[in-house]
Design a protein. Structure first.
Length: 439
């Protein structure tokens, strides 16, 4: 690690910050740091200032109250500077973000990042570097934007035993599903509206296919259960197959469809499951009322019981709020000579595959309108030891349909049941399969 040069202003040390990225979030960070410099200094106990901002293009016009000379395209040189105390990374992606942060920590700089993809893929390397070089690694902004969520898991609940974390952690998909529920729109129509309003990217794949939520689920699982979890460990399903008929069927059941991130501790306490998929939840559940592009996470623990965290999960200003909260914490540690919480992965629990997760299914079947069909279908469920909670038949002739809701069973048994139903002579089509949560 590089030695810090002695400073003549030691009693009034100025903490210098390098900002990597100046997009929607980065520009808000730069603006608030500049406009609220006095307040931040008072809260930290020392002045804090931007020492450089790494960007891809110097020619881009930026309406920010900062000195234009701070901008640079040489991010590597910026993080190598001896006078940098903290590096804020909001560029996203795996590389060059990982290399830049490792270089910064090697030089003695603490890190604040919003990079969920990097943390979910290779958080272990970042934590190891922070430990090796004696610096902080904070990442509140990587999950659920402005909502204070990771710090309660990392600190406030550190003495408790978390058993379950379930939540809506992607605003784009929540907006789409909310519109489908409230207006009866189809998926494509709701996605177009989300795009027009700026809730969905030009390429919405990461959101609608569940990649974004899976990365967040990995981070949440790691913190909640003191175990290293990567995005590859998380079962992932998106919302592209959710139809207006699925949403209408949920409404008839008094439920709503949400894309959920679910992280659970097994009853044995020796393994966990982490999954992201659409699910029906009762309208009486606290998460059912989360509308528009908001996020909410429900945490269950042995001592604290049930907790819910709710707010804006994305956007420049909300995410910048979380980044700056981390910046204040890291800078306070610099002033006091202390360090924040380190990685807690002592439990090293096994992450079970989705087939071993216990859940419930809602299955819609287009069936032949003949006597004995219901008994035959029930028999298939019985073969896999899956108990039926309710069954509803509607329509006649070509429109005959069965809707089956199961009791809790292993996901593998439920999937095998559906696969067998698809081969039945009397089943024209398995038109919809969705998990049911929250009861």
């Amino acid at each position: 690690m590089r030695e810090r040069p002695p400073r003549a202003d030691a009693p009034e040390r100025v903490l210098r910050v390098a900002l990597l990225g100046c997009g929607v979030v980065g520009s808000e960070v730069a603006r608030i740091m500049t406009e609220s410099a006095q307040d931040l200094a008072a809260r930290i106990g020392a002045p804090v200032e931007l020492a450089g901002i790494a960007v891809r293009r110097l020619s881009k016009v930026r309406d920010l109250p900062v000195d234009p000379s701070l901008f640079t395209t040489d991010a590597q040189a910026l993080v190598k500077r001896d006078d940098i105390d903290v590096v804020i990374e909001v560029i996203g992606g795996i590389e060059p973000a990982r290399s830049l942060l490792l270089t910064a920590m090697e030089g003695g700089a603490s890190v604040v990042t919003a990079n969920k993809a990097l943390l979910a893929e290779d958080g272990a390397t970042l934590h190891a570097a922070a430990e090796k070089y004696g610096v902080d690694l904070y990442y509140e902004a990587s999950v659920a934007g402005a909502i204070p969520l990771l710090r309660p898991l990392r600190e406030s609940l550190a003495g408790d035993k978390v058993t379950r974390v379930v939540g809506i952690v992607n605003g784009t998909t929540n907006f789409i599903l909310d519109r489908m529920d409230s207006t009866g729109a189809g998926f494509a129509e709701a996605l177009d509206e989300a795009t027009a309003l700026g809730y969905a990217e030009a390429d919405p794949t990461a959101d609608i296919e569940g990649f974004d939520a899976a990365a967040k689920a990995a981070i949440l699982s790691g913190l909640a259960f003191h175990t290293r979890v990567t995005a590859a460990d998380v079962h992932r399903e998106g919302i592209t197959e959710v139809t207006a008929a699925d949403v209408a069927s949920a409404r008839e059941m008094g439920s709503v469809v949400k894309l959920l991130a679910i992280c659970e501790l097994d009853a044995s306490g020796e393994s966990i499951t982490a999954r992201v998929h659409p699910a029906m939840i009762p309208r009486t559940h606290p998460l059912a009322g989360v509308r528009e592009a908001y996020n909410a996470v429900f945490v269950e623990s042995e001592a604290a019981g049930q907790l819910m965290f709710y707010g804006r999960g994305a956007g420049g200003a909300p995410t910048a709020s979380a980044v700056l909260g981390d910046l204040v914490a890291v800078c306070r540690n610099k002033v006091s000579g202390g360090r924040g919480p380190r990685e807690s992965a002592y439990a090293n629990l096994t992450v079970k595959p989705i087939g071993e997760a216990r859940t419930r299914y809602h299955v819609s079947l287009d069936v032949a309108d003949k006597a004995g069909v219901l008994a035959a279908v029930a028999g298939v469920f019985a073969e896999q030891d899956v108990s039926i909670q309710t069954v509803r038949q509607s329509g006649r002739g070509a429109d005959a349909q069965l809707v089956v809701v199961t009791h809790t069973a292993p996901d593998a048994a439920l999937a095998a049941t559906v696969a067998r139903l698809r081969t039945m002579e009397y089943v024209r089509d398995v038109s919809s399969v969705m998990r049911v949560e929250g009861e």
